[in-house]
Design a protein around this ligand. Structure first.
Ligand code: XIL
Length: 317
């Protein structure tokens, strides 16, 4: 069995991958991405972000996002929709605009309402708010936080729920995969949204890890339980495990163990619904362009050949 088939047999809803529009012209890449034995879910890596969907205020552009949504539909794959409110990849009219509390709330609600309505019925889940936290668990000073305060989070979730009552609504962040200040901060966000009476269904753990310093299975299991105790589901949403290049056999073996531990933590929690890798091949990974000197973070190599990490994932399933 492939990754998705094995994941579903273990009780997960899916095993999936991120993808992005430019890669879809690579036919070998597209064939493997579309193989539902390995991938039962895809996430657009960029094309649903605010800069792509509303580049000018109240002018919406869904062309690129629709290509990924249509691909999921054609392939019979679930779609994780990503994301609605994030400090990064914002159009300048948002990030450099002159805002008051009332005008930014109105612009944010309008964005959420239009994008969620467009994709209504097509997404398994929306990442409603992405990366709202600093490493110490305090709020990141984004335009949303500095203008609106923490209420922007429940306001965003309520707007998303109003536009599509059926889609799962997630808070998504990185470095919340083991117990600590930032994970505690994410738990506070769940409670905050709930305290406003707004719907929050899940927490997405990005899981951008480093070979050899990936949190242990037990740390991850304990951490997932702290979220699911709040009444929400969890998912690993952007898993990749990078290394300092060049890759060696020893690093690839450790990477395989690290992937296995992470997927095993999800399997061990009945409310962990799935695992998404942040693209399946090193050929299109975001890692080398973001972390200088690092790479080889995915389970398939540059030539679309499976690495030991593939077997590590299967071992957990
Ligand atoms: C990344 C994309 O993969 C890149 O192509 C883009 O240049 C930057 O964003 N956390 C997230 C994702 O939530 O949206 C980011 O995706 C990776 C980190």
């Amino acid at each position: 069995a492939g990754l998705n088939t094995a994941a579903v047999a273990k009780g997960l809803l899916y095993f999936g991958s991120a993808t992005d529009n430019p890669e879809l012209t690579d036919s070998a890449y597209l064939t493997q991405l579309s193989n539902r034995d390995d991938f039962g879910q895809i996430t657009p890596g960029n094309s649903q972000k605010w800069d792509a969907t509303e580049p000018t205020q109240n002018t919406f552009s869904f062309t690129k996002g629709d290509v990924i949504a249509d691909l999921a539909s054609t392939n019979g794959q679930k779609l994780r929709c990503h994301n609605l409110v994030w400090h990064s990849q914002l159009p300048s009219w948002v990030s450099s605009g002159t805002w008051t509390n009332a005008t930014l709330i109105a612009a944010m609600k309008n964005h959420i309402t239009n994008v969620v309505t467009h994709y209504k019925g097509k997404c398994y889940a929306w990442d409603v708010v992405n990366e709202a936290l600093n490493e110490d668990g305090s709020y990141r000073s984004s335009i949303f936080y500095t203008t609106i305060g923490e209420a922007y989070l429940p306001i965003a979730f309520a707007a998303a729920a109003a536009a599509d009552p059926s889609v799962k609504l997630y808070y998504n962040d990185y470095n919340i995969e083991s117990p600590g200040s930032k994970s505690t901060g994410a738990q506070k966000i769940v409670k905050l949204v709930q305290s406003y009476g707004a719907k929050i269904d899940g927490v997405g753990l990005q899981a951008h890890f480093i070979v050899g310093s990936t949190p242990s299975k037990s740390a991850q299991t304990t951490n997932l339980a702290a979220f699911t105790a709040l009444g929400v589901e969890v998912a690993y949403t952007e898993l990749d495990i990078r290394m300092t290049l060049p890759s060696t056999a020893a690093l690839l073996a450790q990477q395989s163990t690290d992937y296995q531990d992470t997927v095993a933590a999800c399997v061990a929690n009945a409310k962990c619904v799935g695992v998404t890798i942040w693209d399946y091949t090193d050929k299109y990974s975001w890692v080398p362009s973001t972390f200088s000197g690092q790479g080889a973070a995915c389970p398939w190599d540059d030539n679309l050949v499976k690495k030991p990490a593939y077997t590590g994932i299967l071992n957990a399933l």
